[in-house]
Design a protein around this ligand. Structure first.
Ligand code: ADP
Ligand code: MG
Length: 327
């Protein structure tokens, strides 16, 4: 997989110095979708400033409708911004649209694939769109990279959802971009594909590619991302190294089935909050950095509360938001 990333020798003369340039620089970015039919005008981005360093795996997190896809699609040149500045790999989108587009590849959230093209043809068409000369194409390597060698000649309409996603990853890479953006790549995919995606992402990143991804799964972001930005209702709420963000969301919940009947009063270790859920389960939220699960459970045993079953719930993105937006 040598030479995954373009050296762009031909564009070298117009590039700013490599060492100081961020992969992405976004300033005061605004997007308003115009009203259409019954749909009123919609403000999707309310002035976002964001700089993403070269070489990172950067997570863009936020609830549905936050503006993540809008932000990504603007970077990719697929959605027109309303105002603000976008610079990709040192190229201002408005000044050098061609170079800025060449530096970024996007794996979109939607499975938008031509049903009548095979993966091989799809990649060739995409390479054509990006003006990749035939001798520089690497279709076979890409098919291999995403595990579609056997399906190379199949009609896309016969591919499973997972195979379509593999194809989308390959399409994003045809022009060997310096920045790869993945929009919810693992939403609803099976474990095998999830692992393939993350193995590939790590490998590309090791070779120097800057990765930007969105995901709903905080744990996934935790494993993958060096840094995370959280966006909500079109605004950037926070941006921090993943370690720091997790420190803010130091929370787990033990969910106990104590069986039917009323519970005796009991004493819990400091910092644990107990809630009885409508289904009778006892939910005990605690900070794993300060307490161990068995200390929480011991408190229940000490009060003779039956533990018929126990499950844990990890902190999720919602918890992160609750922590971060609490004033
Ligand atoms: P996310 O990817 O974080 O879920 P999106 O960027 O898709 O968020 O959407 C942000 C907001 O913009 C939402 O309120 C959404 O309904 C709206 N939106 C997205 N795309 C369009 C569009 N093509 N036309 C009108 N509104 C849109
Ligand atoms: Mg989205």
């Amino acid at each position: 997989m040598a030479g995954m990333i373009a050296d762009h020798a031909s564009a070298a003369s117009s590039r700013p110095p490599e060492d100081i340039r961020p992969a992405i620089r976004i300033e005061a970015l605004r997007k308003t979708y115009a009203a259409s039919g019954r749909e009123p005008e919609k403000v999707a981005l309310k002035g976002v400033d964001l700089t993403i360093p070269q070489g990172s795996i950067f997570g863009l997190l936020g609830p549905n409708g936050a503006g993540k896809s809008t932000l990504i699609n603007i970077m990719a040149g697929l959605v027109r911004k309303t105002a603000g500045r976008v610079e990709i790999w040192g190229f201002d989108q408005d000044v050098n649209p061609r170079q800025s587009r060449a530096a970024i590849g996007v794996m979109p959230q939607e499975l938008n694939i031509d049903p009548f093209l095979s993966p091989r043809v799809s990649l060739e068409v995409q390479a054509g769109l990006y003006g990749v000369p035939r001798r520089e194409r690497w279709t076979d390597e890409l098919l291999e990279f995403v595990g579609l060698t056997e399906q190379a000649e199949a009609y896309a309409r016969n591919l499973s959802g997972g195979m379509k996603r593999r194809l989308l990853m390959a399409k994003a890479l045809v022009h060997r971009p310096q920045v790869l953006v993945l929009d919810e790549p693992t939403a609803g995919v099976d474990i095998g594909l999830r692992e393939m995606l993350w193995t590939n992402v790590r490998r590309l990143n090791r070779e120097g590619m800057t990765i930007i991804l969105t995901t709903h799964y905080l744990e996934e972001a935790q494993d993958m991302c060096d840094e995370i930005a959280i966006i909500d209702r079109g605004a950037l709420i926070t941006r921090a190294p993943t370690r720091e963000l997790l420190a803010m969301t130091d929370r787990k919940t033990l969910v106990i089935d104590p069986g039917p009947g009323a519970l005796p009063t009991f004493q819990l270790p400091e910092g644990v909050t107990a809630t009885r859920r409508p289904d009778g389960a006892l939910a005990l939220a605690y900070a794993p950095s300060r307490l161990r699960a068995d200390e929480v459970l011991d408190a229940l045993r000490g009060a003779d509360i039956p533990i018929l079953d126990v499950a844990t719930e990890e902190a999720n993105l919602e918890d992160a938001f609750r922590e971060l937006t609490r004033t």
